[in-house]
Each structure stands twice: as structure tokens, then as C-alpha cells.
Design a protein around this ligand. Structure first.
Ligand SMILES: Nc1ncnc2c1ncn2[C@@H]1O[C@H](COP(=O)(O)OP(=O)(O)OP(=O)(O)O)[C@@H](O)[C@H]1O
Ligand SMILES: [Mg+2]
Length: 242
């Protein structure tokens, strides 16, 4: 399971935030590249404070080699950003991913939200697909549709990451019923906005925060070391802090 995809139905649920932070954590053990497959509104580079010139979009339009679109965050962590290019040939993404396989232990892909072809075709390149949702009905319902697309494409489902959780216990259960096993429960935290402002993932800026712990648990689950995820209520959510 080297190619790990992250998708959502609704936009703005936290895919890019989560992928960037997971990548930092995973790169402590292995060589990782994160690919921004969101060619509508790409912003993965901003999570790492990177300025970009050549991107995946140039690679897909056939202008440049893959290496030209790879940026280094650290020795073990590289990023392939995208630039807005909604009409490019996204079906070539799987060739690009194949090329990356020889150099990296894990390839994380940040897909664009929604059910369009531009969002769904690239999902084929993942070995395993994780769904990201917020604890709200609209986000859950659209995630269910993306789950179905993943299944139709024959991509293995990895489970669900419930982001911006603030003690909505009933919705935790609904999420499991609608989407399957919850492998990550990530709290609502003020550190997320701060880290976007600064241009560095919060696991680096706030290593002792609660939300960093949530990400570590999610990472352990994703890499197959089963961590039990338990829902908690609103009072406990307030006590837990950020
Ligand atoms: N756990 C969290 N706590 C508080 N704010 C969060 C959390 N996760 C994400 N956010 C906020 O939600 C917004 C959207 O996050 P992000 O860009 O990661 O979502 P996305 O799913 O990648 O969006 P898009 O579909 O546009 O690509 C950001 O403003 C971010 O700060
Ligand atoms: Mg995003």
C-alpha cells in the first residue's frame, strides 16, 4: 500500500491540512512524497510555505520532466505541487505516480473534492483511499458518494478520517454507519489556522498539542498499527483543548 490517496465529497473539510501533517510524521521513518492532484484550487505548497514555479500541471501537459516539479521540504520529504489548470489530461497522473514509485516508500495524494471526472479519474492511481469528512450531514452524504466511486474504480477503502471533531458523539456513530471504520479523529483546533498563516504544518510548530497527538494516532492507524479511536462528548472536547 504505497500510494495513499485522500479524498472528500465536500470541499474545505481539511484534506490538504491532514495530508501535509501526515506527510511530515511519516517522513520520520520513510521517504515520502506528497502530490497535489487538485488542479482546480491547488494549495498544498502553501501548507509548507513553498514558492513554486514548475508543477505537476506542467508535467501533465507534457512540457517538463517529473523531476522538475519536485520540491524538497527535508531529505525524506518531497512535495509535488500543482498549479490551476482545469483542462489538462488528468488521466496521465497514474504514469507520473508510477514513475515516483521507484524513488519513494510512500506517495500521498491530495485529491480535489467532489464527484467530477477531474476528481475521480485520478483516484485510480491510489492503492488505498481514505475519506475525509467533517461531523456534519452534508459532508457525510457527499463523502458516501465518493466512497462509491472509489469502490467502482476498484480502489481499496482504508477508512474515514473525521476532522474538526468537537464532541459530536451522535455524528461519530452516523459516520461509521455511513462510511465505515474511523481511523482518525481529529479535533477542531486554533493551531490549524495559525499554521496555515505561518506556512508550516502544525505537527512541526506545535508538537505537544492535542491535535498533533490526534495526527500521530491517525498516522499509526494508516500505517497498520491499530489504534483504538473512541468518541468523546462536548464537555470532554472542551477539556481536551487544542
Ligand atoms: N482540525 C481543524 N481545526 C480547525 N480548522 C481546520 C481543521 N482542519 C481544517 N481546518 C480549516 O479548514 C479550512 C480548509 O482546510 P483545507 O484547505 O485543508 O481543506 P481541503 O479539504 O483541502 O479544502 P479543498 O477542498 O478546498 O482543497 C482551512 O481554513 C483550515 O484552517
Ligand atoms: Mg485542499
Amino acid at each position: 500500500m504505497r500510494v495513499i490517496g485522500f479524498a472528500s465529497g465536500k470541499g474545505g473539510v481539511g484534506k490538504t491540512t491532514i495530508v501535509a501533517n501526515l506527510a511530515i510524521l511519516m517522513s520520520k521513518w520513510m521517504k515520502v512524497i506528497v502530490v497535489d492532484a487538485d488542479v482546480f484550487l491547488p494549495n498544498l505548497h502553501a501548507a509548507f510555505g513553498l514558492r513554486t514555479a514548475t508543477t505537476l500541471s506542467d508535467v501533465l501537459t507534457g512540457n517538463v520532466d517529473v523531476e522538475m516539479a519536485i520540491y524538497s521540504v527535508s531529505t525524506n520529504l518531497h512535495v509535488m505541487p500543482a498549479s490551476p489548470a482545469p483542462n489538462l489530461k488528468i488521466d496521465r497522473l497514474s504514469e507520473v505516480i508510477d514513475e515516483l514509485k521507484k524513488d519513494y516508500d510512500r506517495i500521498l495524494i491530495d485529491f480535489s473534492a467532489g464527484l467530477s471526472k477531474m476528481a475521480s479519474i485520478p483516484m485510480e492511481s491510489a492503492d488505498i483511499l481514505f475519506l475525509i469528512t467533517n461531523p456534519e450531514k452534508a459532508s457525510l452524504v457527499s463523502a458516501q458518494k465518493v466512497k462509491k466511486i472509489g469502490e467502482e474504480l476498484g480502489v481499496k477503502g482504508g477508512g474515514v478520517i473525521l476532522n474538526r471533531y468537537a464532541g459530536e458523539k451522535e455524528l461519530f456513530k452516523v459516520t461509521e454507519t455511513m462510511l465505515g471504520r474511523i481511523v482518525g479523529l481529529i479535533r477542531e483546533s486554533k493551531y490549524v489556522a495559525k499554521s496555515w498563516e505561518i506556512g508550516k504544518p502544525f505537527v512541526v510548530l506545535y508538537p505537544n498539542s492535542g491535535i498533533t497527538k490526534d495526527l500521530v494516532n491517525t498516522m499509526l492507524n494508516i500505517t497498520g498499527q491499530n489504534r483504538r479511536i473512541k468518541p468523546y462528548g462536548k464537555l470532554w472536547a472542551r477539556l481536551k483543548g487544542d
